[in-house]
Design a protein around this ligand. Structure first.
Ligand code: ARG
Length: 587
């Protein structure tokens, strides 16, 4: 409802200028949403801040403002409260008009960005030949939601999967592959074995000096473009990718481009050269590095960011420096977003600092590292299987679906319902996957969270099933009353009489504020919280005792309430879609 806030601000400006003269017109009226409904919908403390400047009593100032404040058609008569606050309560008639205007808009009143940006979202980014772990799952879920929100605003989003497909680990992988399989047998290597294969290679690398030496040479071969090394490398990358794709398909996540670390190879030497030209490069024990501002070791000496190792090799930081440049210069991005665990916060701060000092990041470019916390098991420790192994993502998602299915089958039995296998399988998949996604997104991403199937699959609480159920329940109203929501026409009146109707209406009008906030600060949990409250407010409105009748109401109330139902459903659907969550008409 930010246009309401904007309107109110204008009215305040006029009132302040009329009451105290032009020089006071621009005092920020600070229209905060009142946290307690007793104080109306908005509360302004402008009189308090003005009173100091004017040397007058705050309550008197507030009264003077109110006398000049013209908010007819928007609010009830403004009230002075407490030390001199001004409380504003929106008029039902105003809410009714606003609701009607968002109802007739397919975007529910949310305007597209006036100046769309080219935004790069760098997310997921698992590493070749290693297991994609829960950290990558978080990055995938959060990054996808952020990309969806930005796309919804009409930004030109480039979703990049910065896969770890380069680095010294390939030396041992290639060597082990070459020494255990002939090229023609590569394809016999089964996917499940890839991680085992990584372990074997690592073990040989750690135990066998000569193997280690051959591995080093393989890295050089690969970097110098040796054909045989490249075939082995490509093979490993493709195998991994197929495995990652299974997870992405299950999660309904897509990328615009697979641009792994190797993509930036041709630009690495230029990075080092240009840092040298910018006089930032220092040689330290054979390695080339940039000494950082604000990062020191235990002795208080500045820390270096190494960009070229003493053996001539480049590293993770060099690649990210090349990537920043490429994304700004070639992709023409004006906002860069990186979604990784909080453990990489220093890495990014350092890379961005060096890129800034090298003048590779123009002023008007916004860069956000979007950090997130750990996923923990119910014991508060790192997530493990019962037998103590790291959890495979595919297994984790499958388990959520299996449990969702068991819950559903139980409910069908209790409710004595018969459903087709197709219905059950689809509902279980949607609920299972949504539950995992929502459990992740609904947490403030900077904190760790505990992975609990029981909690995320519960029908009560801030969970996906609760939200999906609210949506399905509304569709149930349309089925039961044989009302086609799409055909309620547009000549209806919206009438807000009951308290639960007003509360629901006000909440429905806040969607744009919330989505806009997510676009700015990239915290999808705000949207989750909003949708959770929406479902709760809807359930109160529809509650037999506390709420109002809908299908059994007399016209014109019946249509008005059906409109509220449909608007709630559309809001849930849109909000959930921005979280990457599908809805179910029945469940
Ligand atoms: N592959 C890295 C990891 O698994 C994440 C890459 C994140 N993106 C980046 N541009 N560094 O930790």
């Amino acid at each position: 409802m930010n246009n309401t806030v904007e309107q109110l601000k204008l009215r305040f400006e006029e009132a302040l200028s009329a009451a105290f003269g032009n020089e006071y017109a621009k005092v920020e009226p600070l229209l905060e949403k009142a946290s307690n409904p007793k104080f109306g919908d908005y509360q302004s403390n402008v009189a308090l801040s003005l009173a100091k400047r004017l040397g007058q009593q705050p309550r008197k100032v507030a009264e003077k403002i109110i006398q000049e404040l013209n908010v007819t058609n928007i609010c009830e008569t403004p009230q002075v409260a407490g030390a001199g606050f001004i409380n504003l309560t929106l008029l039902p008639s105003y809410l009714e008009t606003q609701l009607k205007s968002i109802y007739t808009d397919s975007r529910l009143g949310i305007a597209e960005a006036k100046t769309p940006k080219r935004v790069i979202v760098d997310f997921s980014a698992p590493n070749i030949a290693k297991e994609m772990h829960v950290g990558h799952l978080r990055s995938t879920i959060i990054g996808d939601s952020i990309a969806r929100v930005l796309e919804f605003f009409g930004h030109n989003v480039l979703r990049l999967n910065h896969v770890g497909d380069w680095g010294t680990q390939f030396g041992m992988l290639i060597t082990h592959l070459r020494e255990t399989k002939s090229v023609n047998d590569y394809d016999l290597l089964n996917l499940g074995e890839l991680v085992e294969f990584y372990r074997e290679s690592k073990k040989r690398f750690d135990d066998d000096d000569q193997f280690r030496e051959r591995s080093r040479k393989a890295v050089v071969d690969l970097q110098s473009g040796d054909d045989e090394a490249k075939i082995a490398w490509k093979f490993l990358c493709n195998k991994s990718r197929i495995e990652f794709e299974i997870i992405y398909a299950l999660l309904d996540v897509r990328f615009d481009e697979e641009r792994g670390e190797s993509f930036y190879n041709p630009f690495l030497s230029q990075v080092v050269e240009d840092l040298d030209k910018a006089r930032l490069l220092v040689e330290d024990g054979g390695a080339k590095c940039v000494f950082l501002d604000g990062f020191t070791n235990k002795e208080g000496e500045p820390l270096p960011l190494i960009v070229q190792k003493s053996d001539g090799g480049y590293n993770y930081a060099t690649t990210d420096l090349a990537a920043v440049r490429y994304r700004i210069e070639k992709d023409k991005a004006n906002r860069l977003i990186y979604v990784t665990d909080a453990g990489q916060a220093n890495h990014f701060a350092q890379v961005f600092q060096v890129a800034r000092r090298a003048s590779w990041i123009p002023e008007n470019i916004e860069i956000n590292h979007v950090p997130f916390g750990l996923v923990q098991g119910e014991d508060g420790k790192k997530l493990k299987t019962r037998s103590g192994e790291t959890v495979k993502l595919k297994d984790l998602l499958d388990e959520a679906i299996i449990r969702a299915r068991a819950d559903l089958e139980n409910r069908l039995k209790v409710e004595e319902r018969q459903e087709t296998e197709e219905f059950i399988a689809n509902a279980a998949t949607v609920v299972g996957i949504s539950a995992v996604k929502y459990a992740d997104l609904s947490q403030n991403r900077t904190s760790n969270y505990i992975f609990s199937y029981d909690r995320m699959l519960a029908l009560q609480g801030n969970t996906a099933p609760y939200m999906l159920y609210a949506y399905a329940r509304i569709q149930g109203i349309s089925r039961k009353g044989e009302v086609n929501f799409e055909q309620l026409g547009d000549s209806f009146a919206i009438l807000l009489q009951h308290e639960t109707e007003l509360t629901l209406a006000k909440h429905l009008l806040q969607l744009d504020d919330v989505i806009y906030a997510v676009e700015q600060d990239l915290f999808p949990n705000r949207l989750c919280e909003y949708l959770f409250q929406l479902s709760q407010k809807f359930n109160q409105f529809y509650d037999r005792d506390r709420g109002v009748p809908v299908l059994n109401a007399e016209e014109p109330l019946r249509t008005s309430r059906l409109v509220l139902c449909n608007l709630t459903a559309r809001t849930l659907k849109l909000g959930l879609s921005l979280l990457g969550i599908q809805i179910l008409d029945r469940m």
